[in-house]
Design a protein around this ligand. Structure first.
Ligand SMILES: [Ca+2]
Length: 103
């Protein structure tokens, strides 16, 4: 999986904050995204991401060659199914995770 879902934190992952596009630094068990650009390229997981996800709903044959079905195959298991939808809804209306594939 190329992006880090919020569930990652619940599973003991390293927390992060800030804008994904602004670079990052890490230390002491924390990771900080360095870019806080007023009026900058903010990204929130919202409807246009869902529309892109929906374009690939129930697709199969997802792989690196088709960019994991346009990024909708969030767990990169080869299809776009309820597992991917579960991952998507965990991100709904939060800042886009680092490397969010539906951006
Ligand atoms: Ca999948």
């Amino acid at each position: 999986m190329r992006y880090r879902p919020r569930l990652f934190l619940a599973m003991g992952g390293v927390p992060d904050c800030g804008q994904a596009e602004g670079g990052r630094s890490a230390g002491g068990g924390y990771e900080v995204l360095g870019g806080f650009w007023p009026g900058g390229p903010l990204c929130t997981v919202e409807f246009h991401h869902y529309a892109r996800f929906a374009d690939y709903w129930l697709s199969s044959g997802c792989d690196a060659g088709n960019d994991w079905c346009g990024g909708a195959d969030l767990d990169q298991m080869g299809d776009v199914d309820g597992v991917d939808l579960g991952l998507f809804v965990q991100e709904w209306l939060y800042w886009c995770p680092y490397d969010w594939p539906l951006k």
